[in-house]
Design a protein around this ligand. Structure first.
Ligand code: ADP
Ligand code: MG
Length: 480
């Protein structure tokens, strides 16, 4: 009997184990978690296997230890034991390995082992810092985006505080995922980055990664072309705090959504934190799989609104302090009062003021502010609202607001409604969907149809064209 044991080596014991495991474990999991394992040596009834990372080891221990134990016992008898060799990098930058016995218990504590979070793994890592011998994950954070310089106001209070909670206790809070949503230039990226920066400050050992959904999709497609989707997913599963910016771009990227779904589930299940931003609330996100949207609802969705006047003043003052700029309160108020679109425009106005002042060697005073803002407002085209356009059309045609919105099919009213939609499309940045909603919940195809009808009629009917031109001029004046 002893003879047969002697004849066995690590390779054939392991390949017998794999044959069994292969039948039990899903193919994808098998490829991810078992193929990368290398049998190292067999000593008596102890098989040593090499795994690519700390994380990999923990994952096997958590999910597959019973399966491994059972199959190994079939091969080596009831006293069979498993030991791991984990590929790690020591802090001096030289790769090495460390051996640990399989336990089946979950008492192994990553931090107690005091591993540097540097992993010598063979995974093709999309964020490796090239040129370094060690493989490290660069969090891709911009250090200028902090909580300190993120002004709190009614418009962002919930989102900011939830963000702070997440940064204090990533994964260990009920805001998982934290979905931050709101319009362009309102501070979503800033807040998401501030969370990442704060996690790094408070928990230096946590692996943080900030990535835009577009970058994620591009990387996914690259890996997909190279048949390396497993590497891709595996890499993302190493992250403790994953921040994905602008998830609305996942719409129409079906395969990337699948990968994201797998990563999301894994991270969420293992208590890792997800932070997502989006330009719409999860319920209005079109083109995203329902199974993803339903998971977004597991945590907290917090919106960011347009900052009010007071908050705009504070934001301007914070910026000025950061940049060592001086401006009278009068000018600050003037800028805050006139720039109401979003925070990015507010910053843009400040930069223009600064540029003009240094170009003309003039102090920033109210006169200069008025001049600059006039230009600024013109180029950025102050946005007139759909409501304002509706009122102007009603006045022009002498129809009631109520009729314009509701389902009257009278020809003049239908036409007035179509012109209003056309103007709303031309003079505001609202989506077709939003415009439709302002007309008693019509859908975007109605808006497209209306715009087309107006254009066609203008080509064929000169009286109609005159009218539309006249009213267009009024709207133009109002939006200057
Ligand atoms: P979004 O991602 O929502 O389009 P950003 O996060 O890029 O917007 O914000 C646009 C600019 O406005 C950034 O420079 C950001 O620093 C600034 N900003 C936005 N909100 C605030 C705030 N509450 N306090 C200070 N700066 C802000
Ligand atoms: Mg952004």
């Amino acid at each position: 009997m002893a003879n047969t044991t002697v004849l066995k080596d690590a390779n054939n014991v392991w390949s017998s184990c794999l044959k069994i495991i292969k039948d039990i474990v899903e193919w994808q999991h098998f490829k991810t978690w078992f193929e990368p394992i290398v049998p190292v040596e067999l000593q008596g009834n102890v098989l040593m296997i090499q795994v690519p990372s700390q994380f990999f080891y923990e994952y096997l221990e958590e999910h597959y230890v019973n399966l491994l134990a059972k199959t190994l016992k079939r091969e080596l008898g009831k006293d069979a034991r498993l030991e791991y060799r984990i590929m790690v990098d020591s802090s001096n930058g030289r790769s090495g390995s460390m051996d640990v016995p399989a336990s089946g218990s979950k008492t192994f504590n990553h931090n107690e082992m005091n591993f540097p979070l540097v992993i010598d793994n063979p995974v093709k890592n999309p964020f490796v810092i090239p040129g370094l011998k060690k493989v490290q994950i660069d969090p891709q954070l911009n250090h200028n985006y902090t909580f300190d310089n993120y002004v709190e106001g009614d418009s962002n209070r919930v989102a900011r505080r939830a963000g702070k909670t997440v940064a204090d206790k990533p994964g260990g809070n009920s805001f998982n995922p934290l979905v931050i949503y709101g319009g362009v230039g309102l501070g979503k990226t800033h807040l998401a980055q501030a969370i990442g920066n704060d996690v790094k400050r408070l928990h230096p050992n946590k692996v943080v990664l900030y990535v835009s959904s577009e970058k994620f999709i591009n990387q996914f497609q690259d890996h997909s072309r190279n048949n390396a989707i497993n590497d891709f997913i595996h890499f993302y599963q190493l992250i403790d705090v994953l921040i994905i910016d602008d998830v609305q771009f996942f719409a129409r990227a079906e395969k990337s959504q699948d990968a994201f779904f797998a990563i999301f589930n894994h991270l969420h299940q293992t208590g890792k934190q997800l932070v997502l931003t989006s330009d719409k609330s999860p319920k209005d996100l079109e083109g995203l799989q329902e199974r993803l949207l339903s998971r977004f609802r597991w945590g907290l969705s917090a919106d960011i609104q347009l900052p009010d006047y007071e908050t705009r003043i504070q934001i301007l003052e914070r910026k000025m302090k950061n940049d060592g700029l001086d401006m009278s309160k009068e000018v600050v108020k003037y800028v805050a009062y006139n720039i109401t679109t979003n925070v990015r425009e507010l910053e843009g106005a400040l930069i223009s003021l600064l540029a003009q002042s240094s170009l003309n060697r003039k102090e920033i005073d109210l006169d200069l502010a008025k001049k600059v803002l006039r230009n600024f407002v013109k180029t950025s085209s102050k946005e007139i609202t759909i409501d304002a356009i509706q009122k102007m059309v009603c006045e022009y045609y002498g129809v009631s607001y109520d009729k314009l919105l509701h389902k009257t099919r009278k020809r003049e009213i239908v036409q007035a409604r179509q012109i209003t939609m056309f103007l709303a499309k031309s003079f505001t940045k609202n989506s077709l969907k939003t415009i439709g909603e302002h007309f008693g919940g019509r859908d975007h195809t109605t808006v497209i149809h209306s715009c087309q009808t107006v254009k066609d009629l203008m080509d064929t009917d000169s009286v109609f064209r005159e009218n539309v031109m006249e009213i267009t001029q009024k709207v133009q004046l109002a939006s200057m």
